[in-house]
Design a protein around this ligand. Sequence first.
Ligand code: ATP
Length: 233
Amino acid sequence: MAHLLQATGLEAHYGASQALFGVDLNIATGEVVALMGRNGMGKTTTIRTICRMTPLSAGSVFLEGADLGAMRSHHAARAGLGLVPEGRRCFPNLSVQENLTAAARTTRWSQAWTLDTVTDLFPRLAERATQKASSLSGGEQQMLAIGRALMTNPRLLILDEATEGLAPTVRSEIWAAIRSLKSSGLSILIVDKSLKDLMSLADQCAILERGRTVWAGVPAELTDDVTSRLLGV
Ligand code: ATP
């Protein structure tokens, strides 16, 4: 399978402090890859580096052959990265519909995602169309954040903490939506605390420790030793 995303030897710093020391991450087209590791091991920094929101100190990152390392974040988004950031970050004073239409873009590779298809995936967003994003529940804001990323018709959807802070019933709704995105063939990079949900969804896993990829493979190969040593489970 051709690699959609190929990140090799990523290094990144926050000022003088180094956060990534060599992250390798490959995602094939149509694959779901779970990026795992205990708190502070570099998952968010890896995502921010791929999305060009944190400078790349060393290493390379290509999306469908395009060199993201040379791009600013808005160009990386245009190249096909759809980010659902930790904390959701919707425009609080815009309505649900305005949040979605502000993100809308059709691309050479996909016109699948429109207001209609996003609200088919999340009917709750249609019910709340005219409400301000700030008035939504946490779960609805996460649906909106995913909807906004889909409206850009990305090649790769990136979810940082997909279900963090959400009630169990809403979590199930979000996981069901992500499963349906996977079935549609969308490529996905996902971070979440629920090992069980990640294992049932992911085709591949990559585990970070202190800013390095220290394990990569299919979920079935994840032994108890690896999960206890590297994930603290
Ligand atoms: P978590 O699950 O807690 O979000 P993470 O695996 O996503 O953890 P990162 O947030 O990428 O990890 O953090 C990696 C390292 O970089 C940590 O040592 C963290 O303290 C440091 N770090 C993260 N953000 C900043 C920042 N804005 N300034 C300085 N250091 C940071």
